[in-house]
Design a binder for this molecule. Structure first.
Ligand SMILES: [Zn+2]
Ligand SMILES: [Zn+2]
Ligand SMILES: [Zn+2]
Ligand SMILES: [Zn+2]
Length: 556
């Protein structure tokens, strides 16, 4: 077996390691080991995934006003989802003749600007109802608003990474929740507000690393309890009295939140949130084997650097999707596919490279928006023999420039870094993003200065909020961006008796990402047994972190 190799990233100059078993994967994919580090690779893939930055524009085919992930001033023709997925346009009419004398990515950039783009990426469009503002979402989303990377939901707002959730808002990475608010990595619960790493819990608030609880408030590492208040077992009446004093009041909730913050620091955290993950390194991994440096991934085997990917084998550097895929490398939102390199938004394909938005294609390189095609280069159909000749020429060129096996290059991306999930997860300053060629959008749709009610005028208690509050415009206490309270939101706050937020949905979202922790692994020692662990709690953080065995022994 080849020894591990330490390399210096050609992009950011950080050192990174290619592990012994990585070499066999790269050999299998017939690509050289990457010349840039995992973080830079994440950023480049992320450039092809704008989930949350939405704009108003018109459909280039039917002329309707639509919501789109493409900036209205970007050079693209954008079609609404029904137009794009219809056969009312001829995909192969947008093609380029391959020019052996010109660099491949220059030609790909020209093609990408010619081919119409899909306004939003919605799965099984017709199954989603009354949910105009969703992206990377579906199927079966009903009455929902600003929901991303999610499926099967009803009456949900401001959420990401959720499945089977109802009547809820402000969720991040959750399944089977009902009447839930401000939850991160929570599952199979109802009536839960401000929960993190919580399962099977009912009618509880401020819960961290708890399961099987009912009517609990501000608890950490608690299992199967009722009427616990700051981990203290109370009689039902006393519990209700104490909760009633706080619940629903903004000022009292803030106080309790601060008290809970320092209270929670006294209890050990688990090194990660992995479940049934064998020989895995990463966080939020479930039912996976031999998968490393991966986050929010499930049912993965022999994968590396898999993010938000599910049900996938033998793949490296993937962001999103998966679903019975194998041999993916440097992909964003690629699923039901095999042997796909450097591509984004590809479904049910095999042997596809450096392509965007393909469905049911095989043996294509440098294509955009094709359906049921084969042996295409720059959207032009060739004989198999000609195709192989051109493909060999392209691969040799990319090999020579040392980028074969990396993602689609930033130069052909339709998004700026701060529009994408890159900025959410590995943020850069405007100057840094521009210096790395990742682009920056200075004109993101957001209003300021339109507020009709100052935050101090919001009633302290949710019970005092009148229905007309949904007509007011507020200015976020953190970023001053204007935001509103939508009717479904007000109804949820009233049902859960939680105060109206003083922050805009974007700041609330970014706060959840901060609470989730970075997609970075640090070497630390278990706070109990001293064993080496890899965790996303940075060594200088104040939390006590235990290895899995010590944590289980402590809370069992
Ligand atoms: Zn780098
Ligand atoms: Zn249209
Ligand atoms: Zn804000
Ligand atoms: Zn330990």
């Amino acid at each position: 077996m080849t020894a591990a190799e330490t390399k210096t990233c050609q992009n950011c100059k950080q050192s990174f390691i290619i592990e012994p078993d990585d070499f066999s994967f790269y050999e299998k994919m017939k690509v050289p080991p990457p010349a840039i580090c995992p973080d830079c690779r994440f950023r480049q893939r992320a450039l092809f995934r704008n989930e949350r930055t939405l704009y108003h524009r018109t459909c280039g085919l039917c002329g309707k006003k639509i919501i789109s992930a493409y900036h209205p001033k970007s050079p693209y023709v954008v079609y609404c989802v029904p137009c794009f997925t219809s056969d009312n346009w001829d995909r192969l009419s947008f093609f380029l003749d391959f020019d052996f004398k010109k660099p491949f990515f220059d030609q790909l950039g020209v093609l990408f600007k010619k081919v119409p783009k899909q306004a939003l990426y919605i799965t099984h469009g017709p199954t989603n109802v009354n949910s105009e503002y969703i992206n990377y979402a579906g199927p079966y989303i009903k009455n929902s608003y600003l929901v991303f990377n999610s499926g099967e939901g009803e009456d949900v707002f401001y959420s990401r990474g959720i499945r089977h959730c109802k009547y809820s808002g402000d969720l991040y990475f959750a399944t089977f929740l009902e009447n839930a608010y401000e939850c991160i990595n929570c599952h199979h619960s109802s009536g839960l507000s401000y929960g993190q790493n919580v399962t099977s819990t009912v009618d509880s608030l401020y819960m961290l690393n708890c399961s099987g609880c009912t009517n609990c408030f501000s608890c950490v590492n608690v299992r199967n309890k009722k009427h616990c208040f700051f981990n203290e077992q109370l009689a039902k009446e006393e519990y209700e009295k104490r909760v009633k004093e706080i619940r629903g009041s903004y000022a009292k909730t803030k106080e309790a939140e601060e008290r809970f913050g320092s209270f929670a620091l006294k209890f050990p955290r688990r090194e990660n949130q992995n479940l049934k993950a064998v020989n895995c390194v990463g966080d939020y991994l479930t039912e996976s084997k031999n998968t490393r440096y991966s986050f929010e991934a499930g049912e993965c085997e022999d994968c590396r650097y898999a993010f938000f990917s599910k049900n996938m084998k033998d793949s490296y550097d993937t962001t999103g999707y998966g679903y019975q895929s194998e041999l993916l490398l440097s992909t964003a939102a690629v699923g039901y596919s095999s042997r796909v390199i450097g591509s984004a938004l590809v479904s049910v394909c095999r042997d596809v490279e450096y392509s965007f938005g393909l469905e049911s294609c095989n043996n294509c390189i440098g294509c955009d928006g094709l359906k049921n095609a084969e042996f295409c280069v720059l959207n032009k159909r060739y004989s198999e023999e000609e195709y192989r000749k051109i493909r060999t020429h392209i691969v040799e060129e990319l090999m020579r420039s040392g980028v074969y096996g990396l993602s689609l290059p930033p130069q052909v991306s339709s998004f700026a870094y701060n529009e994408t999930i890159g900025q959410d997860n590995l943020p850069l300053s405007r100057e840094e993003a521009l210096a790395q060629g990742l682009g920056w959008q200075d004109d993101i749709q957001a209003t300021k200065g339109q507020e009709t009610m100052p935050l101090e005028k919001i009633p302290d208690h949710i019970n005092d909020a009148t229905p007309s509050i949904v007509n007011e415009i507020f200015a976020c206490e953190e970023c001053e961006r204007n935001y509103r309270i939508i009717p479904a939101e007000l109804a949820l706050y009233k049902r859960l008796v939680v105060p109206l937020p003083r922050k805009c949905f974007n700041c609330r979202y970014m706060n959840r990402i901060k609470m989730r922790g970075p997609f970075t692994l640090y070497d630390r020692k278990c706070g109990n047994c001293g064993k080496s662990i890899r965790t996303n709690f940075a060594p200088d953080r104040p939390e006590i972190v235990y290895c899995e065995q010590c944590y289980q022994a402590e809370v069992a």
